[in-house]
Design a protein around this ligand. Structure first.
Ligand SMILES: Cc1cc2nc3c(=O)[nH]c(=O)nc-3n(C[C@H](O)[C@H](O)[C@H](O)COP(=O)(O)OP(=O)(O)OC[C@H]3O[C@@H](n4cnc5c(N)ncnc54)[C@H](O)[C@@H]3O)c2cc1C
Ligand SMILES: CC(=O)[C@@H](O)[C@H](O)COP(=O)(O)O
Length: 666
């Protein structure tokens, strides 16, 4: 199947973009795992840039732009669906009233932004303006330009509009992986097969990081709906009440939506007594007569949150993949502006200057924190190490004007260029100290050994702080491609279980021979091809074979990892000439892995231009492992600095250091 644009996600963002792209002439397909399970159905539908008190200027600008597009957008949608039964979106620019209690400072919370009117009502005014408020309301803000839409009917209208325009909407289709090759998406793997398009849009809400390593995570919200009882003839509320930990959204159809909790519990489903109780308590404090209204329905949803609470919009690391995700609390509000800006990016290749503020790379420049952090430079090494001594050998590369943009693997930036392992240590404690002393940010873990609690691996997964260290699951112990693929999938689950939801990295090892531990090039290539299709960032361990390295890069591997010498041999750099060819030709990072025995060899590999090193045995088997780890960290930094400084040329003959002219003759 081919289509111009394939959209992953059938929530409000995917659908709004689909309609806009289709109206501008594109051929559009939307794939969606579950239409009704989207945050877009769970939301309250407030259009509340002012009541939300958004501090970020660019975000406020984006929200207000979207609010101003709403009336036209809604009338366009209602027109597109005029002949259908369902064409009422419940759009209602009813204003939002934000009452406050006696608690200190609440009045000052609203930051005037000169773009939107906001009026302060004192106690007498607010009770007169909105009868029935709780007696302890002491005043409040009135935002006349804010409003609401019935998000549940809006998404249905959007879907109807999209389908009637000719958008192909495939519900019940799960995207399992985004297959990438050399900076391009080549297709998506789904439960109904492999789908291709010219361009792709990721709009998968809170689930986006299951497909790409984006910092989007779910923030659960519980909601409930009351009904205005029959005996109340007039609508008691005709504007949204936005209070402390509660909003009350009256719909014109006599339902009243109450929301929402904000819970950091991953994708834990269901309503809970605690969640519902907190909503009911806050709602009846703000508007006491709700205590007698019948409860109609409860539900929950997952807001797509990012760490700065701003969306991720625009280009990605692939030229034919655009991102529209992370809309967190304001995705209903932001739908029209997102659709416009994203259609501009995809169809006209024009990027509104505002989008730079929402670029995905803003998170990648944030380094993964280390256990011992010297984050002032790109060339980190531990300033202190924790085996009882404390040394301060802080090097300041900035002073030498060195430009090192860090190690970037599959779009993720690391400050340290040393990776370490966890095997062969005499104790877990020694391993922990060594990892910390090395200053590394990536630690490889043998999935099979951890899963089976093999000797020396008991409790290992829990021994490191995976909030700080990036896990590189490896397929050690796999003799065939098939085994390695299975273990890689387990590794991804393991990383998720340990809190790294967005970790799709795998160190691929296919090693049929136990004596030399040399990797099988054909099995490695086969497994790599499959794993790339499944969306893994594949880091294959290989013999130092330049042709194989090239082939692996061509199938989309994130790095190549040529060996210096057999694993655990400590023989040092035995494959220098081939590693040099690999480095010369690679467009992905080259990580020299295995066989390094001493810091001098680590430095030497880095001096050649390797992008990083993976060292395990030389650290774990040293007499003092943490101290050796520290030395390896310094050697890696030294080698990198030397590479950047540029080595002097090797000459055949001596050349005196001091001038030969002007010498005194005897
Ligand atoms: C309780 C609550 C209250 C809210 N209140 C408001 C509000 O008042 N105002 C406001 O502006 N915003 C509100 N929001 C936020 C708003 O709902 C979201 O920002 C918005 O819905 C995000 O839309 P989306 O399309 O990006 O994601 P979603 O609506 O979550 O849609 C994502 C879609 O992607 C699909 N998908 C995911 N993974 C895959 C996959 N691998 N393969 C195929 N399909 C996939 C899902 O099935 C889903 O259909 C609220 C959210 C919640 C949870
Ligand atoms: C842990 C790991 O992945 C090792 O198999 C890796 O190849 C490092 O080799 P050394 O143990 O020789 O450093």
């Amino acid at each position: 199947m081919t289509s111009d644009v394939l959209i992953i996600g059938g929530g409000i963002i995917g659908l709004a973009c689909a309609v806009e792209l289709k109206l501008r002439g594109a051929n559009v397909t939307v794939v969606c795992r579950d239409f009704t399970a989207a945050a877009s159905h769970a939301a309250a539908g407030m259009l509340a840039p002012d009541a939300e008190n958004i501090a970020d200027a660019a975000m406020l600008d984006l929200c207000r732009r979207s609010l101003s597009l709403y009336p036209y957008w809604i009338s366009k949608l209602e027109e597109l669906t005029a002949k259908k039964d369902l064409n009422n979106t419940g759009y209602w620019p009813c204003g939002i009233l934000a009452p406050v209690y006696q608690e200190a400072g609440e009045k000052k919370e609203f930051i005037p932004n000169h773009q939107s009117p906001a009026y302060w009502l004192d106690k007498a005014a607010i009770h007169e303006y909105q009868p029935g408020l709780g007696a302890d309301v002491v005043g409040g803000w009135w935002y006349p330009e804010n409003g609401q839409v019935d998000n549940q009917t809006l998404v249905k209208v959007l879907r109807t509009a999209a389908e009637s325009l000719g958008v192909s909407f495939k519900d019940g289709v799960t995207v399992e992986a985004i297959a990438q090759q050399q900076g391009q998406v080549i297709g998506i793997q789904t439960n109904i097969g492999f789908l291709r398009a010219d361009h792709y849009l990721l709009a998968a809400g809170a689930w986006s990081n299951q497909l790409l390593p984006l910092t989007v995570h779910p923030r659960k919200g519980q909601m409930l709906r009351l009904r205005v009882p029959e005996f109340v003839t007039e609508l008691p509320l005709t504007r949204v009440l936005f209070g402390k930990n509660i909003y009350i959204v009256p719909r014109r159809n006599r339902s009243i939506v109450l929301g929402a909790t904000s819970e950091n519990v991953g994708f834990t489903p269901d309503n809970t007594p605690a969640g519902i109780q907190s909503l009911l308590e806050a709602a009846t404090r703000l508007y006491p007569q709700l205590a007698d209204y019948p409860i109609q329905e409860m539900w929950w949803g997952f807001r797509p949150a990012t760490s700065d609470e701003l969306p991720i919009l625009g280009e990605s690391h692939c030229s034919n993949l655009t991102l529209a995700t992370g809309h967190y609390r304001n995705g209903i509000l932001l739908a029209p502006v997102t659709a416009n800006l994203i259609a501009d990016v995809i169809l006209s290749q024009t990027t509104d200057p505002l989008l730079t503020h929402f670029h995905y790379s803003r998170f990648q420049n944030t380094p993964v924190p280390t256990q011992s952090s010297t984050t002032t430079s790109m060339l980190t090494h531990p300033a202190n190490f924790t085996n009882g001594h404390s040394k301060n050998l802080s090097i300041q590369p900035a002073e030498f004007n060195l430009q090192d943009s860090g190690l970037v693997i599959a779009g993720k930036t690391f400050q340290s260029r040393l990776m370490t392992g966890t095997g062969k240590y005499r104790s877990i404690e020694e391993m922990q100290k060594s990892v910390a002393a090395s200053g590394c940010q990536i630690v490889t873990v043998a999935v099979r050994r951890v899963q089976t609690n093999a000797p020396g691996h008991e409790g290992l997964a829990e021994a490191l702080d995976w909030g700080k260290i990036w896990m590189l699951p490896n397929t050690a112990g796999c003799q065939t491609a098939e085994e390695a693929i299975r273990v890689a999938r387990l590794g991804r689950e393991m990383a998720k279980l340990l809190g790294q939801e967005d970790n799709n990295f795998v160190k691929l090892e296919v090693i049929p021979d136990a004596k030399y531990l040399l990797p099988d090039p054909i099995g490695t290539l086969h497994a790599a091809e499959q794993l790339v299709k499944e969306g893994f960032a594949v880091l294959p361990y290989i013999n130092a074979d330049p042709m194989l390295a090239k082939r692996l890069e061509e199938v989309g591997c994130a790095t190549v990892m040529p060996l210096a010498a057999p694993i655990g041999s400590g023989q040092g750099l035995k494959t220098t000439a081939n590693i040099q060819i690999i480095i010369e030709n690679a467009k992905v990072p080259v990580v020299v892995d295995a066989g390094i025995g001493a810091p001098s060899e680590a430095a030497q590999a880095m001096e050649l231009g390797a992008d990083a090193l993976l060292i395990n045995s030389a650290i774990a088997l040293a007499e003092n492992a943490p101290t050796m780890a520290y030395a390896m960290g310094l050697a890696t930094v030294a080698g990198r600095i030397a590479y950047l400084a540029g080595r002097m040329p090797i000459k055949n003959y001596a050349s005196a250091s001091s001038p030969l002219t002007g010498t005194i003759t005897a």
